[in-house]
Design a protein around this ligand. Structure first.
Ligand code: C5P
Length: 362
């Protein structure tokens, strides 16, 4: 099929814009290492309103990626100096970038003609346990399928996503889900009520592969694994609150080595400002706490002592929002990837962005 013919069939001929959301692991228990080198785990995934933006437009051939970084953290005097405000490790922009890997994979598997111009606006901190890279890869899969008018089944998208990383399947499906296996065996669960959280980002970062290796060295994956599996089974029937999900704990909190004291200090400072159950997300290094109902973010932020960047987020019921960009026209056709959007999260996200802009980001 010619490039033009393929594009004519597409639903987003002008382009597709995706808001790709970060995730939290409300609980995460790592189990034993498997024969394929990965670990079995059980986790409660939760999509949140902090997001990157991916804009994908048709291009005759080849994929071109531009990345810009935006600071979406809460503007605070403690983090206004250049060094503290820097947005953490920069992501690779070459062929190893997950968006480009996703684009090439989609093109070969689904046989698309032509390429794409891709612009990625990064707000989700990297190497934080917030699933930013996975969100971007999932967004690329969905955007390219939409651009080419390709209807794909959930199973097809998930299989492709898993080739890019263990967390990418959840970044396609989103909402609240229990993940098993490598994290790809997903079961959607009921979040009892939406919640708000403050995410704190230390200046140090964690390599996921090394963190898993440290769990092996200490044999933590074997400790209480069957009890954790039983606990996850209860979660499925009960409905999820962050407090209940925390029964799983987070195995990665135990293998921080020299960073343990920094983590414990951050956890204590988050607790001291009244945040509930401060916990590490993924393999870290970000730590989040739930904001008690009725207390404004401002009050929590004002109480916090420390130079860590803080992100005000809300639970979201879907992984992404896609918008079709019409040829020569304004963006139109706002759609939810999943129909169950939690009320108010869009408005909330917009207000965070506006405030951040006033805070003078790039
Ligand atoms: O799948 P992903 O590329 O995100 O994983 C990064 C690394 O984390 C893997 O190379 C592997 O070492 C480790 N990992 C694991 N078990 C999992 C997920 C990831 O050992 N369930």
């Amino acid at each position: 099929m010619s490039d033009l013919a393929t594009r004519r069939r597409g639903t987003g001929r002008g382009g597709v814009r995706v808001e790709a959301r970060a995730k939290l692991n409300l609980g995460l228990a790592v189990g034993p290492k498997r024969s394929d080198g990965y670990h079995d785990l059980v986790t409660v995934f939760q999509s949140i309103t902090l997001s990157d933006t991916l804009v994908v437009k048709p291009r005759r051939r080849g994929f071109r990626l531009r990345v810009r970084h935006e600071d979406a953290s809460w503007p605070r005097p403690e983090t206004s100096s250049g060094a503290a405000r820097a947005t953490g490790p920069r992501i690779p922009v070459g062929p190893s970038n997950l968006v480009l890997r996703a684009a090439r994979l989609v093109k070969t598997r689904w046989g698309f003609a032509g390429g794409a111009d891709i612009t990625l606006t990064k707000r989700i901190p990297a190497q934080a346990g917030l699933g930013g890279g996975s969100a971007d890869a999932a967004a690329a899969i969905v955007a390219l399928a939409k651009l080419h008018g390709r209807r794909t089944s959930r199973a097809e998208r998930i299989a492709l996503a898993l080739e890019l990383g263990s967390d990418v399947p959840f970044a396609i499906t989103g909402g609240t889900a229990i993940g098993r296996g490598r994290g790809e065996r997903l079961r959607r669960v009921r979040l009892v009520r939406p919640f708000r959280a403050l995410v704190a980002m230390p200046r140090w970062h964690v390599s996921t592969a090394q963190a898993f290796a440290r769990i092996d060295a200490r044999k933590y994956g074997l400790t209480g694994w069957s009890a954790k599996l039983r606990s996850a089974q209860h979660l499925e029937s009960e409905g999820i609150t962050p407090g209940v999900a925390l029964r799983l704990g987070n195995t990665f909190e135990r293998v921080l080595g020299a960073r343990s004291r920094d983590f414990e200090s951050l956890r204590a400072r988050l607790e001291a400002c009244g945040l509930e159950h401060p916990t590490m997300t993924g393999s870290g290094s970000a730590v989040f706490g739930v904001v008690p109902a009725g207390i404004p973010f401002e009050r929590m932020v004002a109480r916090f002592e420390g130079a860590e960047r803080l992100y005000a987020v809300k639970s979201a019921a879907s992984a992404m929002r896609t918008t079709t960009i019409r040829v020569g026209g304004p963006e139109a056709g706002m759609q939810n990837a999943q129909p169950r959007e939690s009320a108010g999260s869009t408005r909330f996200r917009a207000s965070v962005r506006n405030r951040s802009r006033r805070g003078g980001r790039a």
